[in-house]
Design a protein around this ligand. Structure first.
Ligand code: 5GP
Length: 191
């Protein structure tokens, strides 16, 4: 998506650890006009897909997911990072390793909000190693729901998550795929 690529070139900051900082428009200060254009693009890309729920993970996926959900006319459910897991059977649970913090989080979704009749579009801001998405897929599987597709704002194509998910047969659409990025020059090359 040209608009997003241009914005990353202009305002993205390449950090040395393979991290792209986009906090001025994507995950701290949020450019809602850009989000709206991304929502419209996801709607176009997944026009043929039955979607009953958008699923994301807190915190940085929530903003994009809400705008995407507006285009699909369905609710957003976000997986919560839990301090402790209450094993009362009311929650779907999994564990996710955070790319940016290295920590492992327990994440939960209430059984009230996801079930076997749901058709789920998973949305997140970034795809790196795929840990966040694998966790979200596990939660959908636990619910007996169907993963209809995965929509990502920025995929880092030089990290393995995207290739692995496509190889497993998931319909994965990324609006910008970064082929390489150079922390010294700040140059970002898109696929
Ligand atoms: P994964 O689980 O695929 O390894 O990493 C995806 C998650 O880590 C996303 O939810 C995102 O919050 C965070 N993340 C991964 N790479 C980056 C990055 O380059 N920049 C930022 N801002 N977040 C990232």
């Amino acid at each position: 998506m040209e608009l997003l690529e241009e914005r990353i070139r202009r305002d993205g900051v390449v950090k040395s650890e393979g991290v792209l900082k986009v906090d001025s428009f994507l995950n701290h200060q949020l450019d809602i006009d850009l989000f709206d254009a991304m929502g419209a693009e996801f709607k176009r890309l997944f026009a043929d897909v039955p979607v009953t729920k958008i699923l994301t993970i807190e915190a940085s996926g929530i903003g994009i997911a809400c705008v995407v959900a507006r285009h699909f006319g369905v609710p957003v459910v976000f997986a919560k990072k839990a301090q402790s897991i209450n094993l009362d059977g009311e929650m779907y649970t999994t564990r996710i390793q955070s790319f940016t913090h290295g920590r492992i989080y327990d994440v939960i979704v209430s059984k009230k909000f996801l079930g076997p009749t749901d058709h789920v579009l998973i949305i997140d801001d970034f795809l790196a190693n795929g840990c966040a998405l694998n966790g979200l897929i596990e939660l959908v599987d636990e619910a007996g729901a169907t993963v209809e597709g995965i929509g990502i704002a920025v995929e880092k194509g030089f990290q393995p998550g995207g290739a692995e998910l496509r190889a497993r047969g998931y319909r994965l659409e990324s609006l910008a795929i970064v082929e390489s990025m150079d922390p010294d020059t700040g140059e970002v090359v898109f696929r």
